[in-house]
Design a protein around this ligand. Structure first.
Ligand SMILES: [Zn+2]
Ligand SMILES: [Zn+2]
Length: 80
């Protein structure tokens, strides 16, 4: 089951469950669309995998299986 992390790891943008901008890799590294596509060019900086749009969990299910509240904020060094 997806954790549904609450923010972009790189720019700290809010990415709630209902966001259509959330992108995840197979390890669920979570970024906003701008970071994932414009900055990282669809290559996850942590695992080198590609991104896909994170599906939205329905209201009923989010009550039963809440989204993660744990923020991960690790901006990547773009100089490399
Ligand atoms: Zn971002
Ligand atoms: Zn990754």
């Amino acid at each position: 089951m997806l954790e549904i992390r609450p923010n972009c790891e790189h720019c700290n943008k809010e990415l709630p469950n209902t966001s259509t901008e959330a992108m995840i890799c197979s390890f669920e590294c979570t970024y906003c669309k701008t970071c994932a596509m414009a900055i990282f060019k669809n290559v996850c900086p942590s695992c080198s995998g590609n991104f896909t749009e994170r599906p939205i969990r329905t209201k009923e299910m989010i009550e039963k299986y809440p989204a993660s509240a744990e923020r991960i904020f690790k901006p990547k060094d773009l100089e490399k």
